[in-house]
Design a protein around this ligand. Structure first.
Ligand code: CS2
Length: 444
């Protein structure tokens, strides 16, 4: 195999949610800058052709603005070599996964995409590799899921078994599924970013991104080839024995409070995270929330991580819309709030901030902000949840029904002593006094 021609294949939902696309690509870009150009990326959009079209029109180069309060600079990403749309060009994607030069498949496809159909698709590529006698690959999930690599392996194992036991065995022996935690806030791009790119670079970039300087990628050492581990570590990726502590900290702190901010901002209403967190009473809430979950977070330097979050959320360069984060909220909060609440309960600790967050989420499901403006949902459970709200709205039972919706809350939490009543109480306060008064009441 010609080493210089190695490439990675990334399965990326980068049409609506660019996000970690950028992290792996930036990382591979840094490696290329160090002279290691084996890490070209074949980017795959799962469904929409728009971004692929835009990227093809500019030879797959695109610009990224990296910005903080103090400074901002632009970087051109050259790691992307080719693109395809899985829905319309599945064969090209399977061929790319099965190319001798492909060594990694990275995924940023969002929480709701982890399903048998995704696994069957990946396994088609793995099957083709096995059939050609090629070695396995590293399949790295970069999504905000607890034990993301383990979950992906389990789904792929099912899909492989359905084809043949020998494929499942080959996959177990040849492929690696590292758990990993990727952290960088990358808001959905918009006209504002295009304009900024035009002004800064003097070119018309159809696919620019704007992001923060902060980034972290922690990945499980035991699932990596030693040379890959060394290459990633050389550009600042944290290759660690156990990702769990990083993953929990991110899901419970950053993502956990993000989902709460999103519900509050959508209801107030405020457009972006920065605008919402700039309200003193929301800032207090964010602090309280982060302090509340800290006892069930074990990562090194938790305090520094918390302080950094408070700065990251008000980065004036980021226009991260509350409704973007609220999108798919149900599949997010089941990862972000439920395990944290249960873990705190197990320690005998009260969870007033998580309970208030849950009440804000209920209020969000009323589909109207406090100015009377209606908004739409974009959530895999929109239908069942809206049906529950509509069916029992008059008798008030919908609150209990939403809180018993098992795909989100499981069975343990709704049975936990006092949880339902406490959420209901906070929700009633929000309804009676408004979200600001209810949330501010926590601090008194
Ligand atoms: C956000 C995340 O949209 C969301 O749900 O909480 O995308 C968040 O910005 C990233 O995980 C930050 O690393």
């Amino acid at each position: 195999m010609d080493e210089l021609q190695q490439q990675t294949v990334s399965l990326l939902a980068f049409q609506k949610v660019p996000k970690k696309v950028f992290d792996s690509q930036l990382t591979f870009n840094m490696l290329a800058a160090l002279g290691d150009d084996r890490w070209g990326v074949f980017g795959v959009a799962m469904r929409s052709p728009d971004l692929v079209r835009a990227l093809r029109a500019q030879d797959h180069y695109y610009a990224v603005e990296i910005a903080s309060r103090a400074e901002s600079w632009w970087q051109v990403i050259g790691a992307l070599r080719d693109t395809a749309v899985a829905a319309t060009e599945p064969q090209r994607v399977v061929e790319a996964m099965a190319a001798p030069s492909t060594r990694w498949i990275t995924l940023t496809v969002t929480e709701k995409a982890y399903n048998p159909a995704l696994a069957q698709f990946i396994v088609q590529g793995l099957h083709a590799r096995q059939a050609c006698g090629l070695p396995g690959v590293t399949v790295a999930s970069c999504d905000n899921l607890s034990s993301n690599g383990d979950q992906l392996r389990a789904l792929c194992r099912e899909a492989a078994r359905a084809i043949s036991p020998s494929l499942a065995t080959w996959m177990d022996q040849q492929c690696r599924f590292p758990n990993s935690m990727v952290d960088r806030i990358v808001p959905q791009s918009d006209e504002r970013v295009r304009l900024a790119a035009r002004q800064a670079l003097g070119v018309e970039d159809l696919a620019p991104l704007s992001t923060e300087g902060f980034w972290e990628w922690a990945i499980e050492r035991s699932q990596l080839d030693a040379a890959d581990a060394a290459a990633l570590a050389s550009v600042g990726v944290m290759v660690v024995d156990d990702v769990k502590a990083f993953e929990e900290a991110k899901l419970r702190m950053l993502n956990g409070v993000h989902s709460a901010i999103a519900c509050i901002g959508a209801v107030v209403p405020q457009n972006t995270v920065r605008e919402t967190v700039s309200l003193p009473w929301v800032r207090e809430f964010v602090r309280g929330f982060l302090d509340e979950v800290a006892p069930v977070v074990r990562r090194p330097n938790t305090d520094a991580y918390r302080d950094a979050l408070l700065t990251r959320f008000v980065n004036p360069a980021l226009h991260h819309r509350c409704h973007q984060i609220a999108q798919d909220g149900s599949v997010k909060i089941t990862q972000r709030w439920v395990p944290a609440t249960l873990a705190l309960q197990a320690l005998g600790k009260p969870t007033p901030y998580l309970i208030m967050a849950t009440a804000c989420w209920l209020r969000y499901w009323l589909a109207q902000d406090e100015q009377g403006q209606a908004y739409d949902f974009n959530d895999p459970y929109t239908q069942p949840l809206q049906a529950l709200v509509a069916a029992s709205r008059d008798d008030g039972d919908w609150v209990d029904r939403l809180l018993h919706f098992e795909p989100i809350w499981g069975t343990e939490l709704p049975r936990a002593s006092g949880w339902l009543a406490a959420v209901r109480r906070d929700f009633d306060t929000i309804q009676a006094q408004g979200i600001q008064a209810a949330v501010s009441g926590l601090a008194t």
